[in-house]
Design a protein around this ligand. Structure first.
Ligand code: GLU
Length: 285
């Protein structure tokens, strides 16, 4: 990769268009935006629309409108993950050729039933049902049944050895992807999962600093592994605390919390709102 602006800061806001943005999203976008602007760098907008069942055009339009309303301008064109499937197929192909993937036919219900392992942010650790399928049966089912692709985590970890990343909040981290088990890298309905798409795209867009909520901190263990396996650079990470209301509840998840489009319709002053969020305040949200 030839880079003309070595060292220039690039951040991104990468929402999934599966609902309206809330103040928690706005806070995250502001943090990523301000970090880039403060360093004279670039702020990108990436629409993470790999989930065909839940992504909606109306939410994509809403995201752009909300950011403009808050006074957050992004650089360059908006990238959509739904237009990047070839890149994800390429990465999957490389991992498959290295013998690190296997097809999985399980449904969510199968997995929930079979798993008794500890639950992480990823849901139950996959019990490995499809990993031990007879090869002939596997080949037959692949022709007939929709399947996801999972990583054989122990083989992957054996290949990369010990990995680290730097997180601004906690310092040097040792990656421990093993505890997430054989995570899905391609969905049944798309040639990528969140983990694969985000890793490939952060590298492709030359993101130097991933600024995102602490709810995604744990996923970094998996992203770091994929970077090593795919020969991609590792950005610096800045996981920010999640915005809470006066009762200590997470804004984005709180039931009935107002969307940015509601606030706009109610005549809220967007610049005053953005400034309050910058101070970590959530007035009347
Ligand atoms: N698309 C993810 C979300 O909406 C965020 C991806 C990321 O920042 O890594 O939660």
């Amino acid at each position: 990769m030839i880079s003309t602006d070595v060292g220039a800061v690039v951040t991104r806001f990468a929402p999934s268009p599966t609902g309206w943005l809330h103040a928690g999203h706005a806070y995250s976008a502001i943090r990523a935006h301000d970090f880039a602007r403060g360093a004279g760098g670039r702020f990108l907008l990436r629409i993470e629309d790999i989930d065909p069942g839940r992504s909606r055009e109306v939410f994509v339009a809403g995201i752009e409108e909300d950011l403009r309303w808050l006074g957050l301008a992004w650089d360059g064109e908006v990238i959509r993950q739904s237009a990047r499937f070839d890149a994800y197929r390429g990465a999957l192909g490389a991992l498959g050729s290295a013998g690190l993937l296997y097809p999985c036919f399980c449904t969510r219900a199968d997995i929930a039933q079979a798993a008794n392992a500890p639950h992480g942010s990823e849901g139950p650790v996959y019990p490995g049902t499809c990993r031990v399928l007879d090869p002939a049966l596997r080949a037959m089912r692949m022709d007939r049944e929709p399947h996801a692709w999972r990583i054989a985590m122990d083989r992957a970890v054996a290949r990369t050895g010990r990995l680290h990343w730097h997180d601004q909040a906690v310092g040097e981290m040792v990656a421990d992807p093993m505890r997430f088990g054989d995570v899905v890298l391609a969905r049944k309905d798309a040639p990528a999962s969140y983990h694969l798409a985000v890793t490939v795209d952060d590298a492709w867009q030359r993101v130097t600093d991933v600024v995102r909520g602490a709810d995604l901190f744990e996923a970094t263990h998996i992203h770091r592994l994929l970077q090593a396996l795919l020969g991609l650079p590792t950005p610096r990470y800045h996981h920010h605390p999640l915005l809470k209301d006066a009762d200590g509840e997470r804004l984005a998840k709180r039931r009935g919390s107002k969307s940015l489009s509601d606030l706009r319709a109610n005549g809220v002053d967007p610049l005053a709102l953005a400034d309050a969020l910058r101070r970590g305040e959530t007035p009347g949200l």
